[in-house]
Design a protein. Structure first.
Length: 219
């Protein structure tokens, strides 16, 4: 079943890559890297440990409590706020092209992202990429290069720029940027600008960002 899901997601991507490069072996290498990335991330998120299940992981869906989010109005939540019941990532992202989810520590932001990631694969909804933004604290490359290497790997760098740009232009991705508040303060502005540029330059993709409430993210 997993193999079928992943191949369904990768089918249009495989065709796009094949149309851009003539080297069949290289094309297969890119697709295999994307397959392995999806497979590894999907399997690692299907089962989790928590305070009640420390020694033996349990199926995520068996303990997941469906969450809802309220649309922020004038920086406050009120009774008139639009409520989104999160059951399907495709339904959610067809209502809002891009979304920033704010919540205090322990409110379930990362849990919701984990659910949406799993759901996006099971619905064959785009190619999901989950980035824990705290890892960018140690990175010296640009956000786009970081994403490109995650998706396509480190080999064949000379062709990967064109391939990744093609996939971005065709709206192949659903990006999850989790934990903006965990970026060190001296890097926050620069990374925020890079995320904004990514959204602006490649609007065919979908974007989800999570953070604890930070005043400068509302403007």
């Amino acid at each position: 079943m997993i193999d079928t899901l992943l191949k369904s997601i990768l089918a249009p991507i495989t065709n796009l890559i094949a149309s851009r490069i003539n080297n069949k072996i290289q094309s297969i290498e890119y697709v295999n890297n994307m397959y392995n990335l999806l497979s590894s991330n999907y399997k690692s998120r299907l089962y989790i440990k928590n305070m009640l299940h420390v020694s033996h992981p349990v199926l995520f869906k068996d303990i997941y409590c469906p969450l809802s989010i309220a649309k922020l109005t004038t920086h406050e939540y009120d009774e008139s706020s639009q409520i989104f019941n999160i059951k399907s990532v495709s339904t959610l992202m067809n209502q809002v092209n891009n979304i920033a989810i704010f919540g205090n520590a322990g409110s379930g932001k990362s849990t919701l992202v984990n659910y949406l990631y799993i759901n996006s694969i099971e619905e064959s909804y785009k190619f999901p990429i989950l980035i824990y933004l705290r890892y960018l604290n140690l990175s010296t490359c640009s956000l786009v290069d970081y994403l490109k290497r995650q998706v396509l790997g480190y080999k064949n760098i000379e062709c990967s720029d064109e391939i990744f740009s093609t996939l971005l232009e065709n709206g192949c991705f659903l990006f999850f940027f989790d934990g903006y508040d965990e970026i060190i303060s001296e890097k926050q502005y620069n990374i925020a600008i890079q995320i904004k540029d990514l959204v602006t330059n490649y609007p065919a993709n979908k974007y989800v960002l999570t953070s604890r409430p930070l005043e400068h993210l509302y403007v």
